[in-house]
Design a protein around this ligand. Structure first.
Ligand code: FAD
Ligand code: N01
Length: 542
């Protein structure tokens, strides 16, 4: 696999656009910008493209939106020439795909790898951004775009003694490229979100002893992954335009019909039969999309949550372990649910143990292992599956300064504020891709990335054609949008959970519901209307 080592020679040039990040968002943005004749430079910390799929190489990493849906739609030839092998592609396959996209469109020459952007400041006199990197680059650009990822700023747990452990520690979001052999080892995994739930069954296959430290049990549904049949690949390839069109105007950016019934419109036996179908379906939509009030009515949600708890109790032999694995502190779906292969059954294996941190919290990490309030454990390796500073982390890690030197981090001290998740008042010619206030992580991200890239590049083209030098979100438009995002969020059960959607996993992060829950189709309509009206809510200055 191609890995690039650009970045040795610092650049001092000016560009039309500087982009941070070479995941799928940064790559597609670069492709569109070049097609429109803009000069662009992408900076990427990693040594290769792929973003999420470059960093998250832990055992079992794969997508949980079906591969055929979780792929680029912008080029019909790319769609036809790439063939996915499994219903849910593995991380190595998705990374190969990302590299194929980079090669096919000749993107690498405009991406500077091994380079972290440190700061970006808007120069009001010149009406340009001044960008600095950790390799000594000092470049200027008319436009500055953060395509830096919603789940790219990984987070170690705040546990005393974390640096004292004598053996190796690994974070799922920064997994070593050469792989890790845990064969015969005593391994601890801390965290039971999607990364933990995907990796735990595979680590259990290797380890001599596996101890899983769980703070909050999560809902998980069997993935029922399998190779794709030639006939279904042929069908998708024949119908891609129609399928993509459906996804773009859907709620979650996937090939999922929206339910038209409430959970209480049917009797309990019929409802449970529907949930069983959803459980068997091998996707999250089967249960999340069973009834139209599961995410808005706690009583309705209780019916599906209890169905899943029943399944956990059926699978896990030890009733005490089963009970500890049953999520009871949040409604199904309000923390990102997981798709797994044999996750719950892994706890039936003799060498796998669950430690419930709600009853015996971790006191400290020690040189030899982990001490809880009641027991000392010895380990050869510790895996942190402890997640990310989601949606805002990678953005505020860069010192971004707008009008009057205002820092974005300071502006967002009480919670992220954007207009449409695309622009920020006080920060002219600055855009975020899948930023807070957009459907983003609540959707098939490929669909949301493409929508943002196309909206931003159409906007830049419009500005150029009308000789506009700056575009800036208006404070009142930003206020109205933030209010709308909160109002729509408050109609749902999402704010009731301590999730990363709410910033709750990062101590001190303001508790704000970050994504827009209105749905990708509705949101696309709003963004299109804003563009058609001559960018209502933005000030355009020549
Ligand atoms: P990323 O892929 O995160 O790329 C951002 C890049 O920016 C990174 O490479 C990072 O190194 C770089 N960067 C950040 N800051 C800087 C800086 N200051 N300087 C230079 N470079 C910087 N979504 C789905 O829709 N379906 C799925 O099935 C799915 N599965 C996932 C599985 C995992 C394990 C994870 C972690 C996420 C998953 N996601 C999924 C979400 C996933 O993040 C998106 O689908 C998508 O890959 C994001 O692409 P991106 O280009 O926006 O960001
Ligand atoms: O991270 P998470 P993730 N002590 O934040 C626990 C996407 N993704 O990397 O819930 C003990 O979900 C924490 O506990 P709690 C997907 O969008 C997709 O797993 O905070 N435990 C939690 O259990 C996903 O949602 C796939 O109480 C601590 C876990 O660590 C997102 O990325 C695969 C702790 C973190 O879970 C993030 O997933 C992987 C502490 N101090 C990721 N701190 C697919 O399948 C944290 N935890 C597509």
């Amino acid at each position: 696999m191609a890995e690039d080592q650009h970045g040795a020679t610092p650049t001092t040039n000016g560009y039309d656009v500087v982009v941070v990040g070479a995941g799928f968002a940064g790559m597609y943005l670069l492709h569109r910008l070049r097609k429109l004749g803009f000069s662009a430079r992408v900076y990427e910390t990693g040594t290769g493209v792929g973003g999420t799929w470059y960093w998250n190489r832990y055992p079992g990493a794969r997508c949980d939106v079906q591969s055929i849906e979780y792929s680029c739609s912008f080029d019909p030839e790319l769609e036809q020439e790439w063939t996915w092998s499994e219903k849910f592609a593995t991380q190595p396959e998705i990374l190969r795909y990302a590299n194929h996209v980079a090669d096919r469109f000749g993107l690498r020459c405009d991406i500077q790898f091994s380079t972290r952007v440190l700061s970006a400041a808007f120069d009001e006199q010149r009406r340009r951004w001044a960008i600095r990197t950790d390799r000594g680059d000092e470049v200027s650009a008319q436009f500055y775009v953060m395509a830096s990822g919603c789940l790219s700023s990984s987070k170690n747990p705040e546990i005393p003694g974390i640096d004292t452990f004598a053996g190796p520690t690994y974070h799922t979001g920064h997994w070593p490229h050469e792989g890790v052999d845990l064969t015969g080892k005593r391994v601890a995994v801390i965290g039971t979100g999607s990364s933990g739930i995907q990796s735990i069954p595979i680590i259990a296959d290797q380890a001599a002893q596996l101890t899983v430290f769980q703070r909050t049990p999560n809902f998980s549904v069997p993935a029922r992954n399998r190779p794709l049949e030639p006939a279904e690949i042929a069908d998708a390839k024949a119908r891609y335009p129609e399928l993509r069109d459906f996804m773009r105007h859907s709620r979650g950016g996937q090939l999922r019909q929206m339910p038209d019934k409430s959970a209480f419109e049917v009797a309990a036996p019929q409802r449970n039969a529907r949930y069983l179908e959803g459980w068997e379906a091998g996707n999250l939509g089967g249960l999340l999309g069973a009834y139209n009030d599961l995410m808005t009515d706690k009583a309705a949600n209780d019916t599906v949550s209890e169905f899943i708890r029943g399944k956990i109790r059926e699978i896990v032999h030890d009733p005490q372990v089963a009970e500890a694995l049953c999520p009871k502190d949040h409604p199904f779906g309000t923390k990102r649910p997981c798709l797994d292969t044999d996750y719950y059954a892994t706890f039936n294996r003799d060498h796998v143990r669950l430690v419930d941190l709600r009853s015996t919290p971790i006191a400290t990490i020690t040189p030899s292992g982990i001490d809880t309030t009641t027991e000392s454990f010895a380990f050869d390796a510790i895996v942190f599956a402890t997640g990310f500073d989601a949606m805002t982390g990678a953005i505020v890690n860069v010192d971004i300064r707008g009008i009057d030197g205002l820092g974005l981090k300071d502006k967002w001290a009480e919670g992220a504020r954007t207009y449409l998740g695309l622009g920020v008042a006080g920060f002219p010619n600055f855009f975020t891709i899948t930023g807070p206030g957009s459907p983003s992580v609540l959707s098939n991200m490929m669909v949301s990335i493409e929508q943002h890239v196309e909206w931003i590049t159409d906007c830049l083209d419009h500005l150029r054609r009308h000789a506009v030098a700056t575009i800036a979100a208006e404070p009142h438009a930003e206020n109205d949008w933030v209010q709308h995002v909160n109002e729509v969020g408050d109609l749902t059960l999402y704010p009731t959970a301590n999730s990363w959607y709410m910033g709750a996993n990062v101590p001190g992060k303001p508790r704000v519901f970050l994504p827009y829950v209105g749905g990708v189709g509705t949101y696309r309509g709003i963004c299109d209307e804003v563009a058609a009206s001559g960018y209502k809510g933005f000030v355009l200055s020549s």
